[in-house]
Design a protein around this ligand. Sequence first.
Ligand code: NAD
Ligand code: WQD
Length: 335
Amino acid sequence: MNVLVTGGVGYIGSHTCVQMIEAGLNPILLDNLHNSKLAVLERIEKLTGKKPTFYQGDIRDKAFLASVFEKEKVDAVIHFAGLKAVGESVEKPLEYYDNNVNGTLVLVDAMRDAGVHSLIFSSSATVYGDPASVPIREDFPTSATNPYGRSKLMVEECLTDFQKANPDWSITLLRYFNPVGSHKSGEMGEDPQGIPNNLMPFISQVAVGRREFLSVFGDDYPTCDGSGVRDYIHVVDLAEGHLAALDKVGKKAGLHIYNLGTGDGKSVLEMVAAFSEACGKDIAYQIAPRRPGDIAECWADPAKAQQDLGWKATHTLNDMVEDTWRWQSKNPQGY
Ligand code: NAD
Ligand code: WQD
C-alpha cells in the first residue's frame, strides 16, 4: 500500500513512517522542511534499511502536488503537515490559517483530481477547548481558544462538509492528546527549533544542560498537586494508531473520528519526577504564574479507538521518559 505522508519528516510523521515501513507499507514523504531536517531521512533508513521516497515541496502548491500524484500511485494520504505552535499562532494567525486550513483544502482538491479518496488528518485535543469534564469523549462539544486550535477546528468542519458531499470518501480525524517520547533506539525524536513550547522537550533540555530550569506554569489548579494534568501518549503508540486507522477505516467510506490518548492523566510535577528518575538527575524547576489559555486537566476516553480500531496505547510513562532521555542524551543538540 502506497501512502502519501505530508509532513512526513516532522516529529510524528517520521515515527509513523518507521512503523509503516516495518509493517510492509510504502510511505511516500512530502515536506517543505519548514520545521524539520533532511537528516531525519537518513535516520529512517538507518532504522529500517529502506530509504524512503521524499518530495520536497509545499502542500499549498497545487502544481507540485499534482506532479507527485502523477508520479506515484497513491492509495491513501496521511496529512501531518502544518504549523503547531499555539503562541506563534496568536502572533501570526494568517500564516496558521494559510498553512493549516488553505493547505488542507489544496491537498484535498489535488487528491480529488488524482482520484485518491482516503485521508487521515492530524487533529488535536485542542478542539475540545476547555472541556466540561474528563475523560473526554469524541462526542463532546468542540470550541477553540486560539488561532492554532481554530485552524484545526476549521479543517475538521471543512472535511466534515466535504465528506457529506462526497460520501464515497473515507476521512478520519485523529485527535491527538499530548505526544511525547522517541523511537526506542534513540535515533529519532522531537527536535524543536528555539525555545520549546511543550513540557517534555523543555524538561529534557534542562536535563541535558541546554536550559537552566523549567518554569512550572501554575501550582494552584484544582488537580492532585496543583499543576496541570495532561494525557501524555508515546509517539510510537500514536504512530501505531495511524496504522490501525488505515487498516480498519481507511477503506471504509464515511467520516471517522477518534481520540488517540492513553486515558490516563499525569501532572507537570509527576512528569518532572518521572524524568528525574529516568535520567538520574534532579530537574531544576520554579513555580511560575499560570500560562494564559491553559486548562487544569485534559485526558481522553480512548474506548472508541479500542473498540473500532483494535488500538490502544501500550507504552508506559516510564517508556516515555526513558526513550526521550535516550534520544536527548545521544543527540544533545537534536538532529
Ligand atoms: P512537526 O512540526 O514536527 O511536523 C510537521 C511537518 O510539516 C514539519 O516537518 C514541517 O516542515 C511540515 N510542514 C509544515 N507546513 C508545511 C507545508 N505547508 N507544506 C509541507 N510541509 C509542511 O509537528 P508534529 O508534532 O509532527 O505534528 C504533526 C501534526 O500533528 C501537525 O498537524 C500538528 O498540528 C498535529 N498535532 C501535533 C501535536 C503535538 O503536540 N506534537 C498534538 C496534536 C496535533
Ligand atoms: C503541558 C503541561 C503546561 C511547558 C499543547 C497544545 C495542544 C497540542 C499539544 C498540538 C501544561 C505545562 C508546559 C512549560 C509547564 N499541540 N508546562 N512548563 O498545552 O497541553 O498542549 O501541545 O496540537 O494543542 O495546546 O501541552 O506540553 O505545552 O503543556 O509547566 O515550560 O505542561 O502548563 O499543564 P498543552 P504543553
